[in-house]
Write a protein that binds this ligand. Structure first.
Ligand code: SF4
Length: 375
């Protein structure tokens, strides 16, 4: 085991290989407050990459309803239970990571789902934390809650799948940190399925190999965002690259939201993989639950998000989400306009912070009718 630094838990930890960061790291931000679980992302991915034989139960992208939705069944609860107490002192994680808690002879603490665990991807869909009596849903804020969690492979800095592969078939690309499976080397031992805590690598029984999200690298290489990003109806997603905290740039949109503003947080940072998909946490969900999911930065993130209407920089950047198929490596705000730019500063697009509002008169003189949808 090597000693490596994991900035998400603010300490050194043990990992199977020495620290070797890519030149650039593919990263993404999902705003959970905007997700409506329409599953357009899921289908965009499914029809692009996993419509073949042996891929029937394979969802490289899925959206599950928390707290009762899971794909595969109980993927997170089983591991949280196995890992035991997970305590933080401020922003430093004091508990054990999955690498540090590995059982004798194992490289990662993990478990392998049964085939049946993949059979119900919509289990718990729209299930609320408690009973909502007739009419109670109209009381805002609601006492009970649920929210939608969209998930893809996190293209982790310290991938559990890669660490656990006895064949060395999984690799992390030097140029963009995307994690891929070498289909020629893979022998289908499925140690990766056990070792990925997010359960985002899948065994294909027809090919006898493991397969996973490839971050649509043929698109990303040409400066385009992946399929699940550009098809997202709610415009919740933003793809780009992330620097380490010491090299964070304010004009890099992902750096700005992750490092500078600390608005976007990793999923289960305590597991130690340094995942590279970041979430803007839902503002209406019980805090202890969010602390377990996203770590100690939740309260400050929610406060900043709630304040976004009075924070033009934050508002401008959030308006750039889902606004173009192109990857936007740089950004700035000019007055009431957010501007997305290429690395060389050339402009990709402009998005206004505020859309004009038009109020339609209740009585339409032209057609001599009263509109029923206005008072
Ligand atoms: Fe590997 Fe899972 Fe991390 Fe993806 S999310 S890189 S499959 S450990």
């Amino acid at each position: 085991m090597a000693r490596v630094f994991n900035w998400q838990i603010n300490r050194e930890m043990s990992y199977w290989y020495p620290e070797s960061r890519p030149e650039k790291q593919f990263a993404a931000i999902f705003d959970t407050n905007k997700c409506i679980s329409c599953q357009t992302c899921t289908l965009a991915c499914k029809t692009t990459w996993t419509s073949g034989r042996g891929q029937e139960y394979m969802l490289w992208n899925n959206v599950e309803t928390k707290p009762y939705g899971f794909y595969p069944l109980a993927w997170d609860m089983k591991l949280l239970d196995k890992l035991g107490p997970q305590t933080w002192s401020d922003d430093r994680y004091d508990g054990r990571t999955l690498f540090e808690a590995a059982e004798a002879g194992e490289r990662v603490l993990g478990w392998r789902p049964e085939e049946i665990d993949y059979a119900h991807p919509n289990v718990g869909e729209d299930d609320c934390t408690g009973r909502v009596d007739g009419g109670a849903a109209l009381d805002i804020p609601h006492a009970n809650w649920f929210f939608y969690l969209a998930r893809i492979c996190n293209h982790c800095t310290y991938p559990g799948c890669l660490a656990s592969c006895p064949r060395g078939s999984i690799y992390k690309r030097k140029e963009d940190g995307i994690v891929l499976v070498d289909q020629e080397r893979c022998r289908g031992y499925q140690e990766c399925v056990k070792g990925c805590p997010y359960k985002k690598i899948f065994f294909n029984p027809m090919t006898g190999t493991s397969e996973k999200c490839i971050a649509c690298f043929p698109k990303f290489e040409t400066g385009l965002q992946p399929q699940c990003f550009v098809n997202c109806i709610g415009k919740i997603r933003f793809a780009g690259t992330l620097s380490t905290p010491d090299k964070a740039r304010e004009d890099n949109p992902i750096d700005y939201l992750v490092h500078v503003r600390k608005l976007a947080l990793p999923l289960f940072p305590q597991w130690g993989l340094e995942p590279n998909v970041y979430y803007v946490p839902p503002i209406h969900v019980a805090r202890p639950y969010l602390h377990q999911l996203f770590g100690p930065g939740v309260d400050a993130s929610i406060e900043a998000y709630r304040n976004a209407p009075q924070d033009p920089d934050l508002a401008a950047l959030l308006c750039l989400f889902g606004s173009t198929e192109r990857v936007v490596p740089r950004w700035k705000r000019q007055g009431d306009v957010g501007i997305g730019m290429e690395e060389d500063g050339s402009e990709i697009l402009r998005v206004p912070l505020r859309e004009p509002t038009f109020v339609r008169a209740a009585f339409d003189k032209t057609h001599n009718i009263q509109r029923t949808n206005v008072p």
